[in-house]
Design a protein around this ligand. Sequence first.
Ligand SMILES: [Cu+2]
Length: 179
Amino acid sequence: MKTPNVRGIWIGLGLGLGLSILANGAALAAGRASSPARARSAGARVITLQVLPGSGGGPSGPDGKHHDAFMPSNIEVPVDQIVTVRIVNHDMMEHSIYQPRLGLDIVARPAAMKPDGRMVPVTTTATFSVRSKGRYRWYCTKPCDDDASGWAMAPGGRGSRDAGLPGKDGFMAGEIVAF
Ligand SMILES: [Cu+2]
């Protein structure tokens, strides 16, 4: 049996799930401005990711269509540090960050609809730490990117370990780099 690679997990998960509905126009603007890239967490132990729907600011793929995406989709975390990930979901669908070697299965709750028809993003917060340096590819396990035939969650993993696994990197998949 393998030793789990994550130490003090989920401290914040239950709390975050219970809490945060944010009506946050600023967050949306920030999400649109960012491109899939690494979020350096050294110094700041809180990493914020935006989930944008293809119909609402998500990036375009090689097919020229816009797709659901985590932005950024790659994050860097120092080993043995408790890191808090905030996922601000602007999509009316669930998405997730699934990485079994790290014991991660963070489900980002869908955005909410106000009575007046305004969509407000919903933030899910999870806390975890990684024990060993390395690159850990994650992907979303929730059926999504419907507007573009689900391209963002079609198999996109490469290499001996990740070949054939779901998710297009930079959209519904990415890497957690532990350093
Ligand atoms: Cu997804």
